[in-house]
Design a protein around this ligand. Structure first.
Ligand code: EPU
Length: 329
């Protein structure tokens, strides 16, 4: 296990914020994960875990020890796919579709690593990770052991899990197992998917359709540093939605359990924030839910822009917006 001191994290977060890690360990094995966690505990250092850096917002330099998960390996046996935390998520989707396994195609082209997928219960175009999640293996910092956790222990919700809240500091996810289906059921109700997937769609056709839609709608993090959706879509009661529709009849909304999900992107655009900027940070011209680093954005720029968007949406619609990616430290 190699410890590097005072390292810029700019290459390790897709928002491209140039903050520094006091110490950085790149873990390539379970032993590295355990050794780094033990060292942090012995020294009394805070431990920050990062994967592909595509769903984190760095709010400042990271003290203590930053652990970058780069464990590799994946396998398909029966209906189960198992992959190490450091594998690229979309490569896994490609691997599964090419092997004739079904269920992940709607989650194509989501940036990030396999280990990060359960943390925010990644979701897109009518499917979320929890739909096919079988279990994961994690290092438990409380007991200094590797444990297996099933779906019931992960507390999955809309872009949410226990790893974002109560168990955030406890588990380091090392490996994820997903259950594929033997028979293909195309999930193509989301606007634009069916048209692109064609008649009698195959998993490959759905994957191609999703990749094309994402490429068209979302800024590419490689050319335009970003972390995807910056806010969750707010969920409101039926009474609240009725009141909102009286004033704003064209406000988009979708049923979500007993409640309704609003489109944060629509609220942000209607509040006049699309394209708005603070220093190096700006609301994407392409999709109002995405904040981009247009060059040299600082954590303070991101924080100011976030507060301004939240204030304007609240002033206009009385609706609060919650930041979706994980904030570190
Ligand atoms: N809209 C606007 N202005 C915009 C963009 C969109 O008004 O600039 C409106 C449109 O009316 C559209 C609605 O917002 O009907 C919803 O937009 P979209 O279909 O693009 O989806 P979203 O709700 O903004 C969510 C996820 C995405 C996921 C897509 C597709 C969240 C927070 N975001 O976005 O996830 O790819 O649906 O399923 O749930 C991510 O988490 O990083 C992410 C990209």
């Amino acid at each position: 296990m190699e410890i590097r001191g005072d390292v810029s994290l700019a290459p390790f977060n897709t928002l491209g914020l140039d903050v520094r890690a006091r110490r950085l360990v790149t873990a390539v094995s379970r032993e590295d994960v355990r050794d780094a966690a033990r060292l942090a505990r012995a020294e009394g250092w805070p431990l920050h875990v990062i994967g592909g850096g595509s769903n984190i917002v760095l709010t400042g330099d990271l003290p203590g020890l930053t652990l970058r998960l780069a464990l590799r390996g994946r396998s398909l046996g029966g209906q189960m796919i198992t992959a190490a935390a450091g594998e690229d998520w979309d490569s896994l989707v490609d691997f599964s579709v090419s092997a004739g396994a079904c269920g992940l195609e709607n989650l194509s082209a989501i940036p990030g690593t396999v280990g990060a997928a359960p943390v925010q219960n990644i979701g897109a175009y009518g499917v979320q990770l929890s739909d096919c999640f079988e279990g994961l293996q994690a290092y438990d910092r409380e007991t200094d052991r590797f444990v297996r956790l099933g779906p019931g222990e992960c507390g999955f919700g809309y872009r949410d899990s226990v790893f974002k809240s109560s168990a955030r500091a406890r588990f380091v996810i090392c490996e994820v197992t997903l259950r594929m289906s033997a028979t293909f059921r195309a999930v193509i109700a989301y606007p634009g998917v069916a048209e692109r997937a064609g008649r009698n769609p195959t998993p490959e056709a759905v994957r191609r359709a999703i990749i094309a839609i994402r490429r068209e709608k979302l800024p590419d993090p490689v050319r335009c540093p970003n972390v995807g959706s910056f806010f969750k879509n707010p969920v409101v009661s039926t009474a609240r939605l009725t009141a909102l529709h009286e004033r704003y009849p064209s406000m988009p909304a979708w049923p979500e359990g007993d409640a309704h999900k609003l489109a944060a992107a629509w609220l942000i655009e209607q509040a006049g924030c699309k394209g708005a900027g603070c220093g190096g940070a700006a609301v994407s011209d392409l999709h109002a839910l995405v904040i981009v680093n247009r060059g040299n954005a600082t954590p303070a720029d991101i924080a100011r822009l976030t507060a301004e968007i939240q204030a304007r949406v609240r002033e206009n619609f009385g609706v609060g917006l919650e930041v979706e990616p994980d904030r570190l430290p």
